[in-house]
Design a protein around this ligand. Structure first.
Ligand SMILES: Cc1cc2nc3c(=O)[nH]c(=O)nc-3n(C[C@H](O)[C@H](O)[C@H](O)COP(=O)(O)OP(=O)(O)OC[C@H]3O[C@@H](n4cnc5c(N)ncnc54)[C@H](O)[C@@H]3O)c2cc1C
Length: 382
C-alpha cells in the first residue's frame, strides 16, 4: 500500500497579520454594508461586499503584484478565508474566482487572459462559475459531451452544462469540453476554455434547489465562439487541468466551515453550563474541526510549493463535508427545537436553513463515493 502525508503547516506571521486585518475590516464592513452574519457564508452572493473586500486587498492575495495581488503564500488566503467564513461574510460572489479559476488562469492561462481577468478578480469585480458537470456526466466527468471544434483562430462550442452555480450572475466560467477522441483511458481529447458569459451563443436557464433558491443553472452553448487565447492549458490537457483545479476546489476551509454559523448558534443556545452530553458533543465537534484545520492548512502549503496534492485534497473534502453533514444532525440530537425559517431565535432558523442545505455539502465538488475511490487509488488499493 502506498502512503501519503499531511506535513505540519505552521501559519506564517504574515497570515496571522492578515487575520487581524481582515477581522478589523469585517467588523467595520458589517456597519458599512449593513449585513448580518450569513448562515450560508461562501454561497451568499453580494457583489458590493466583494468589491469592498477587493478594494481593501483581501481577495487573491496570492496573485503576483502585477495582477493585483500581493504575491502572498496560500496560507495567507487560508487565514482570510477562515475569518470570512467564521464571520458569516457574504463572500460567495468572488469565491470560485479566487479559490480555483484565478489560480488556474495564473498557472495555465494565456498572457491575454491573465492581463484581462486576474486584476479584476483581485479587485472583487469579476466572478466565475464552474463548467464541469453535464446531464449524464457528473461523477463521470470524462463522459462530457459538450464539444469544441476548430474555427479559424478559435473554437465553436455546442452542448450544455448543468448545476452551474451562479452562471446567471458570473462573468465567466471555465468549461471542460471535448476537443478530440477520448482514447482508451477516456481522459484524452478534453480541453478547458474560459467562457465569457456575456458573449453571444451562450444562454442560462435557472434550476431552483431544495431550499427554493436560484443558485444552479443549466448553461447552453449554441455555436459559441471562444478565441484560442481563452484556452486553459494545452489542447487535450483538459483532464490534468480539471484534476489540478479540483485540488484547489476541494481542500480549503469552506469544506468544513459551511455550517459554522449553526455551530456557533448552537453553542450560544446551550450557554455557559452545558450538560454532560452537550459538553461531550461540542468537544467532539471542536476536536474534529481542529484536525480538519491542520489537514487543510497542510494542503494549502503543498499547493504553495507547486504540488498537486489531489489525494490529500480528496481526503479533506470527504472528511470535512462528512463533518458538515454531522453538525445539524448532532444539533438536532442534543438540543431539541422546532426548526423553521420563521421560528423564534437564531438557532432554530439556522438549523432549518442548514438542514435544507446539508445534503448538498457532500455532493458539490464531487461525491463521497467518488472521493473515496480516488483515495483508494492514491493508496494503491485499486
Ligand atoms: C450545491 C451544488 C452545487 C454544484 N455546483 C456545480 C457547479 O457550479 N458546476 C458544476 O460543474 N457542477 C456543480 N455541481 C454538480 C456536482 O459536481 C455533481 O452533482 C456531482 O459531481 C455528482 O454528479 P451527479 O449529480 O451527476 O450524480 P451522479 O454522478 O449521477 O451520481 C449519483 C450517485 O451515484 C454515485 N456514483 C456515481 N458513480 C459512482 C462510482 N463510479 N462509484 C460509486 N458511486 C458512484 C454518486 O456518488 C452519487 O451518490 C453542484 C452540485 C451541488 C449539489
Amino acid at each position: 500500500m502506498q502512503t501519503f502525508r499531511f506535513a505540519g503547516a505552521r501559519l506564517p506571521a504574515e497570515a496571522e497579520a492578515a487575520r487581524a486585518d481582515v477581522r478589523a475590516f469585517l467588523a467595520k464592513d458589517r456597519e458599512i454594508g449593513g449585513w448580518e452574519p450569513h448562515r450560508t457564508t461562501w454561497t451568499s452572493f453580494d457583489a458590493a461586499f466583494s468589491a469592498r473586500a477587493g478594494a481593501a486587498g483581501f481577495i487573491a492575495t496570492g496573485f503576483p503584484e502585477a495582477y493585483g495581488g500581493k504575491g502572498a503564500p496560500m496560507l495567507v488566503r487560508f487565514a482570510i478565508a477562515e475569518e470570512m467564513l467564521a464571520a458569516g461574510a457574504p463572500c460567495g460572489a468572488h469565491w470560485v474566482a479566487e479559490r480555483q479559476s484565478g489560480p488556474q488562469i495564473l498557472r495555465h492561462g494565456s498572457a491575454r487572459a491573465k492581463a484581462e481577468i486576474l486584476p479584476r478578480i483581485a479587485a472583487g469585480d469579476c466572478f466565475f462559475g464552474i463548467g464541469m458537470s453535464e446531464p449524464g456526466s457528473g461523477s463521470d466527468l470524462a463522459a462530457v459531451r459538450t464539444r469544441a471544434v476548430r474555427d479559424g483562430d478559435g473554437w465553436r462550442i455546442n452542448g450544455a452544462k448543468i448545476w452551474t452555480s451562479n452562471a446567471h450572475r458570473a462573468h465567466y466560467l471555465i468549461a471542460l469540453v471535448r476537443t478530440g477522441d477520448a482514447g482508451a483511458s477516456r481522459h484524452a481529447g478534453l480541453t478547458q476554455f474560459v467562457i465569457d458569459l456575456s458573449a453571444p451563443g451562450v444562454t442560462t436557464r435557472p434550476i431552483h434547489d431544495l431550499a427554493g433558491n436560484h443558485e444552479f443553472n443549466e448553461v447552453f452553448f449554441d455555436d459559441f465562439f471562444v478565441p484560442d487565447d481563452m484556452r486553459v492549458g494545452g489542447e487535450g490537457d483538459g483532464w490534468s487541468m480539471v484534476t489540478a483545479e479540483l485540488a484547489f476546489e476541494r481542500a480549503g476551509p469552506d469544506r468544513y466551515l459551511s455550517d459554522i454559523r449553526l455551530l456557533v448558534s448552537l453553542i450560544d443556545e446551550i450557554g455557559a453550563e452545558p450538560d454532560r452530553m452537550e459538553a461531550a458533543e461540542i468537544g467532539r465537534m471542536t476536536a474534529h474541526l481542529a484536525a480538519l484545520r491542520r489537514m487543510s492548512a497542510s494542503v494549502s502549503s503543498m499547493l504553495d510549493e507547486g504540488a498537486s496534492p489531489v489525494t490529500q485534497a480528496a481526503l479533506v473534502k470527504d472528511v470535512g463535508t462528512g463533518f458538515e453533514r454531522m453538525v445539524p444532525e448532532t444539533a438536532r440530537r442534543i438540543r431539541r427545537t422546532e426548526p423553521g425559517p420563521d421560528a423564534p431565535g437564531d438557532y432554530a432558523q439556522s438549523l432549518a436553513e442548514t438542514v435544507l442545505r446539508a445534503p448538498s455539502f457532500t455532493l458539490r465538488g464531487g461525491t463521497q463515493e467518488i472521493l473515496r475511490g480516488m483515495i483508494a487509488r492514491g493508496l494503491g488499493l485499486r
